[in-house]
Design a protein around this ligand. Structure first.
Ligand SMILES: NC(=O)c1ccc[n+]([C@@H]2O[C@H](COP(=O)([O-])OP(=O)(O)OC[C@H]3O[C@@H](n4cnc5c(N)ncnc54)[C@H](O)[C@@H]3O)[C@@H](O)[C@H]2O)c1
Length: 250
C-alpha cells in the first residue's frame, strides 16, 4: 500500500491530464495537495479532491515565473507546514518543423519544460533540506533520449533530455539531504493534449508499436509517480522509470 498520509505535495500543471491524475492519486493515498497550473482547471481538480474527502488547494502558478513559484511554496508551507513531494509535470509540446522553428519557439519550450523544473526545485529545496526529507518526481518523455519520436518536436526532445540529465545529477547532490529525485518517462498517454499534436497515423503507429496494444491512461502514469513519491521508493534515486506499455522496447 502506498501511504502518503500527512505528506504535503505540490503538483505543477495539475489542472489537466497527467498532472490532474497525479494530484488526485496522491490525495487518494492521503497527501494534502497543492493543485497548481496556469489554467482554471486547477480549481475543479482541487474541488473534486475535497469532495472525495481529501485536502487540496488550487493556486495559479506559472513555472516560468520564479517569484510566483516561490510565493506559492511559501503559502503551502504556511498552510500545511511542509513540502514533502514536488511533481514537476507542467509541460508544453507545440509541434513545429525544425526549419520553421524560431528562437522564440525554442526558448518558450525550454523555459516551461526545463527551466520550470529548475525554478520549482530551487524553490522547494530550502524547505526539503531543512526537513531532511523530500521526494521530487520529474515528468520527462521518451523523446528525451529513448526514441526520436517526431521531427517536429526537437525543442521538446531537448528539454526532456535536459530533465533526465538534471535528474541524474541533482539526485547525487541531494542524496545526503534525504531528498530523492527521479524521472518518469511516459509513453503515449491518452490525455487529449499529446493527441492534439499527433496525427491519427502517428497515434496508430505508436499504438501498433506498443506491446500492450493501447495508449496508457493518466492514472496508470500517476501510479508510477505515487510510488516514487512514497517511502516504498526510499532507496530509488536518479533513475528513469519508463511507463509506456513496452513502446520503447520495440
Ligand atoms: N500525454 C503524453 O502522451 C505524454 C508523453 C510524454 C510526456 N508527457 C509529459 O507529461 C506532462 C503532462 O502532459 P499532458 O499530456 O498531461 O498534457 P496537458 O496539456 O494535459 O497538461 C499539461 C499541463 O501543464 C500546464 N502548463 C503549461 N504551461 C505551464 C506553465 N508555464 N506553468 C504551469 N503549468 C503549465 C498546462 O496548462 C496543462 O494543464 C508534460 O510534461 C508532457 O510533456 C506527456
Amino acid at each position: 500500500m502506498i501511504d502518503l498520509e500527512n505528506e504535503v505535495a505540490i503538483v505543477t500543471g495539475a489542472g489537466h491530464g497527467i498532472g490532474e491524475a497525479v494530484a488526485k492519486l496522491l490525495a487518494e493515498n492521503g497527501a494534502k495537495v497543492a493543485v497548481t497550473d496556469v489554467v482554471d482547471g486547477r480549481e475543479a481538480v482541487a474541488e473534486s479532491i475535497e469532495s472525495a474527502g481529501g485536502s487540496a488547494i488550487a493556486r495559479e502558478m506559472d513555472v516560468t515565473d520564479p517569484e510566483q513559484v516561490e510565493a506559492v511554496v511559501d503559502e503551502v508551507v504556511e498552510e500545511w507546514g511542509a513540502v514533502d513531494i514536488l511533481v514537476n509535470n507542467a509541460g508544453v509540446f507545440p509541434a513545429q518543423e525544425l526549419d520553421e522553428m524560431t528562437r522564440e519557439d525554442w526558448d518558450r519550450v525550454i523555459d516551461v519544460n526545463l527551466n520550470g523544473v529548475f525554478n520549482c526545485t530551487e524553490a522547494v529545496l530550502p524547505v526539503m533540506q531543512e526537513q531532511e526529507y523530500g521526494r521530487i518526481v520529474n515528468i520527462s518523455s521518451a523523446s528525451g533520449g529513448h526514441i526520436g519520436w517526431a521531427g517536429t518536436l526537437a525543442h521538446y526532445a531537448a528539454s526532456k533530455g535536459g530533465v533526465v540529465g538534471f535528474t541524474r545529477s541533482a539526485a547525487i547532490a541531494l542524496g545526503p539531504d534525504g531528498i530523492t529525485m527521479n524521472a518518469v518517462i511516459p509513453g503515449m498517454i491518452d490525455t487529449g493534449a499529446a493527441q492534439e499534436v499527433s496525427s491519427e497515423e502517428e497515434i496508430e503507429a505508436a499504438v501498433g508499436m506498443t506491446p500492450v496494444g493501447r495508449q496508457g491512461t493518466p492514472r496508470e502514469l500517476a501510479g508510477a509517480v505515487a510510488y516514487l513519491s512514497s517511502d516504498l521508493a526510499a532507496f530509488v534515486t536518479g533513475t528513469t522509470l519508463v511507463v509506456d506499455g513496452g513502446y520503447t522496447l520495440v
